[in-house]
Design a binder for this molecule. Structure first.
Ligand SMILES: Cc1cc2nc3c(=O)[nH]c(=O)nc-3n(C[C@H](O)[C@H](O)[C@H](O)COP(=O)(O)O)c2cc1C
Length: 342
């Protein structure tokens, strides 16, 4: 059934109100999306500090967990006690492996597990995981059931609307996962996998899924295109989803969570610098200072852009070998501001 976009349904609760995923109460409807290579405990904790109701981890390989890969266990499964509601996202395509991995992930103490059935990256797809599961709904159901059995936790699934533009297999799979695997929520990214992360998401497809799952008690979480608080609010209204999930919009801008949860966003330069400083400290604690200095290079542009620092001044951050050098450059940036925003 097609819908014409219209006014928001009067019953749609505000983003600041709590909702439930199975028996887990989530304090509001603004969530941090899974971000591979980014969404570790301190990035999730940052989102939480700024108001996110729940945060999903970066995707973790079920194969690596089942093989008890040390770094995967120690680093990717690390959960901080102050994080609030956390979901750990796993990817995989073998139900037996997933059962074991889910049991291991559950020991880390998340409230939920999420399964990745939307990743279009060839390295993942060729193992039969990520969006490849759209082509094998029986296997997808078996993987989700195994995750629930292994973990004893409510299991959610994040998936795409389809593989090619126009393909709606994601909608059908979402319904099957709820009916046959008892999946507790669907995070839906209404962009074809072929489009990766480009192009406008089709929120009308989210609306269709919301209608299809109406009465099931299974919430639909919207992902895609939520680059600002304004876009997130609009997509929430247009789609009728139960919650929104912020991905790229949160990079270097945790204040998007404050803005969407009714707190004043404080993006003054001094606060941006203090926030990056907080990240440096947490990263050092997580990876040790040397690895942190390397791993954080990809984080700097997100914050520097906000400070109006670009070109050769931004490039200097990419050449830093030590966190102290980054701190010095930041102090310099605050002393000698450049750009309109400073
Ligand atoms: C760098 C990056 C890493 C991502 N990693 C994951 C991941 O590990 N698992 C997942 O389900 N989606 C992942 N995604 C997809 C996002 O969660 C989100 O669905 C997508 O970026 C669309 O939202 P946006 O347009 O608001 O950024 C990733 C996206 C980006 C940009």
């Amino acid at each position: 059934m097609r819908h014409t976009p219209g006014p928001p349904p009067v019953t749609q609760p505000p983003l600041t109100s709590p909702f439930r995923i199975a028996d887990v109460e989530v304090p509001n409807r603004v969530l941090l999306a899974p971000l591979a290579g980014i969404g570790n405990w301190f990035v999730r904790l940052q989102a939480r500090r700024h108001g996110a109701g729940m945060a999903v981890s970066e995707m973790v390989s079920s194969f690596a967990l089942a093989h008890r890969n040390r770094r995967t266990l120690e680093e990717m499964l690390r959960v901080h006690p102050d994080e609030g509601v956390v979901s750990i996202q796993l990817f995989g395509s073998d139900p037996d492996v997933m059962r074991v991995a889910a049991a291991t992930a559950a020991e880390a103490g998340p409230a939920l597990l999420d399964l990745n059935m939307g990743c279009p990256v060839p390295k993942i797809v060729k193992t039969g995981a990520g969006v490849a599961l759209l082509r094998d709904p029986d296997l997808a159901v078996a993987v989700a059931s195994a995750a629930a059995e292994g973990s004893g936790l409510p299991v959610t699934v994040k998936l795409r609307s389809g593989i090619e533009p126009g393909d709606r297999s994601g909608l059908a799979l979402a319904r099957r996962l709820v009916a046959d695997a008892g999946v507790a929520a669907i995070a839906f990214h209404p962009r074809a996998a072929r489009r990766q992360h480009a192009g406008a998401p089709d929120y009308e497809l989210v609306r269709e899924l919301v209608d299809a799952l109406d009465g099931s008690g299974v919430p639909v979480i919207l992902s895609g295109g939520l680059r600002s608080a304004e876009l997130a609010r609009r997509a929430y209204r247009e789609s009728g989803a139960d919650a929104v999930m912020i991905a790229r919009g949160a990079l270097g801008d945790p204040w998007i969570f404050s803005e969407l949860t009714g707190r004043a966003p404080r993006r003054e330069p001094a606060r941006v610098v203090a926030e990056l400083d907080w990240v440096l400290d947490r990263a050092s604690e997580h990876w040790g200072p040397e690895r942190a200095a390397r791993n954080l290079r990809k984080f700097y542009p997100w914050y520097l852009e906000r400070l109006g620092i670009s070109g050769s001044r931004a490039d200097r951050f990419q050449r830093t070998e030590r966190l102290e050098d980054v701190r010095e450059l930041l102090a310099e940036a605050v002393r000698a501001p450049v750009g309109a925003s400073l």
